[in-house]
Design a protein around this ligand. Sequence first.
Ligand SMILES: C[S@@+](CC[C@H](N)C(=O)[O-])C[C@H]1O[C@@H](n2cnc3c(N)ncnc32)[C@H](O)[C@@H]1O
Ligand SMILES: [Zn+2]
Length: 406
Amino acid sequence: MVEEEFKTHFPSETVREGKAKALVPKLKAFVTQPSDYAPSKAPVFYNPVMELNRDISVLALQTHQRIVNREIFICEPLTGSGIRGVRFAAEIHSVKKVVISDISERAVKLAKFNVRLNGLQNCVTVKHKDANCLLSCHGAPRKRFDVVDVDPFGSPVLYLDSAIRALRNNGLLAVTATDLAPLCGVHSKACLRKYGGKPLRTEYCHELAVRLLAGCIATVAAKHDIGIRVVFSHSTNHYIRVYAEIGYGAKKADASVGNLGYVLHCFNCLHRETAKSLFAKRLEKCPACGSRMDYAGPLLLERIFDKQFCKLMEKENIHTTFRNSGKIAKLLSLAEGEAEAPVTYYVLDKISDELALPVPSVDAMLQILRGRGFQAFPTHFNSRGIRTDAPALIVQNSLQELVVAA
Ligand SMILES: C[S@@+](CC[C@H](N)C(=O)[O-])C[C@H]1O[C@@H](n2cnc3c(N)ncnc32)[C@H](O)[C@@H]1O
Ligand SMILES: [Zn+2]
């Protein structure tokens, strides 16, 4: 099918991302009022803002391929224009096959066109199936994928079970969630219902969102005697993304479930701590100020970045010519630094606000906390955030001392 033929169906344009090109809806043509979210208004979903998400996916999948060191079989069951799957085939070294699919007939037509546009007919198969149907057809041994990338509208929870069943041992699950209102505690009930964990509206709610999603993945996987290890995650703009390696075996599943727990938070003095169970802690008062604490969870308490995986992604990033490679380098370097840092972070603006003081620089805060013998790391989650094992009171005193001395 020629490009002109598509242009007769709806306004479209050719874009380039990474090594691929794709015909996509011309978004401006579908906006009728300023409040319109153009990607959802178009007849086939395409969001240029998600280029960064796709770039990082290419790096993560390439890293996974290098680790398993074999040709990989990839599935992207909610593909829209096909741009993500096409990029996997065009940019990742040693890809055996990519299966992409969408429930929308128009999306499937466009995805097929884009596969041909890039000359990838031998490597990419396009299906017109419901995501859960497609994934379930690949749940048997020897049919399973090395990587499943779930990139839906809103919540990915509807697809987690079939995606995990469609992964071979040591496979990689990549998941996007854009439903940050539930995950960040604006709609708590929806989060509890969908993810099985309680969120909390704190300044570090985006980290809690990643941990709630990871906890949900661990719980779903455990039913199949599968364990998970989160190798990378990030929170960017309006979405979060989690990359988890899965491992078959009841012991691995037990270990993952054993890593679930709670984050307790004091809204009065900003003290926070983690707990494996709420039985002992539920009614406990804040050890710092005596106020009643609230909690988030169950969620994943263990690491949400793997230092080595971040390093390997950084190595891959050096060889790319992505428009976002500078941004990605910064993100990876921060993630590598915070991989082994304490759970939760403090946001300087929030503390300054509470104390009615000016906001110091992140560097100055890192230095003063380290000088006092505590760990202190910046975080990719918030450019004004600091991860530290210093108690809330010390963080506040340090900030006060800094700005008063300045
Ligand atoms: C956020 S878009 C995908 C964007 C794409 N992954 C990318 O990177 O550009 C979600 C897609 O899922 C499709 N979809 C929604 N429900 C589906 C289902 N049950 N099965 C398969 N596709 C579905 C929609 O038609 C839409 O194209
Ligand atoms: Zn307190």
